[in-house]
Design a protein around this ligand. Sequence first.
Ligand code: B12
Length: 231
Amino acid sequence: MSKNETILHNLKRSVETWDHDLMQRSVDDAIAAGIPFDVIVSQGLGKGMETISDMFNEAKIYLPQVIMASKTMEEALDKIRPLVESDGRVYRGTVIMGTVQGDIHEIGKNVCCAMLRGAGYNVIDLGPDVSPDMFAKAAKDYDADIVGGSALMTTTLIRQKGVVERIRGEGIPVLTIFGGAPCSREWVEEIGGDGYSSSGSEIVRLVNGLLDETADQRPARTPVHCTGGDS
Ligand code: B12
């Protein structure tokens, strides 16, 4: 195994075994080795979360273990956050992200936020349990280009429809994208959303593509400058 492969393997293991110290060390090693943040997430930490999801689905582990793995993943995402934010540039656009009402799962949404930030977008993360009203208000307040809603449960998937209805109902000129385990391209088409992606690695391509395709139809927006602060 090469040095970088070992680091990625350790990142994955740290989430799988909710080993906080290994996570801290491996993230430091990854940064020192110059491994790009998207590789750290998609080929290291994210792989560990995939194992956890599979083991939970197969009843090999239970909720307490999932919570510990989730905490390790979230702390790692916080730790690499400075890597994806830099001062003095103009953002490529503003994306509002949140997990829909009634749903507290947010690891996948946080991965998507990290990927988009790394690609130069101004990401406003509304957190979990976000109502259609909150999505719509944030879209207007931040003059956003895109609103993204995550849903991880079959019972909360329907809330994505509510987000589209509220945004279209108010005539807010913003595109909508959706994702999460029970979500699909067909579902997003059915509810009248504008885009779907199955993973954080694809979301940047999705957002870039949507903004390029609709550049002529969207109202001109004032450029937003990155100041390196929390957003
Ligand atoms: C971790 C986890 C938790 C953690 C959440 C921690 C946190 N802070 O997020 C905890 C332990 C708190 C939790 C709680 C619960 N959970 Co839970 N949980 C999971 C688990 C194991 C993994 C989810 C995860 O983080 N995956 C890893 C991430 C990286 O992947 P992801 O979320 O799919 O995201 C990727 C893509 O989907 C996409 N994406 C995601 N969002 C978006 C958004 C946009 C806009 C786009 C474009 C793309 C996109 O990109 C992401 C990155 O690649 C899943 C099992 C599973 N197979 O999904 C169950 C699961 C989702 N949970 C489930 C349930 C039922 C619950 C609980 C009700 C408790 C319980 N009895 O288990 C509560 C929820 C209460 C509530 N009201 O929300 C069920 C849902 C069943 C259903 N009805 O569909 C699942 C499927 C487990 C199961 N097999 O039963 N859970």
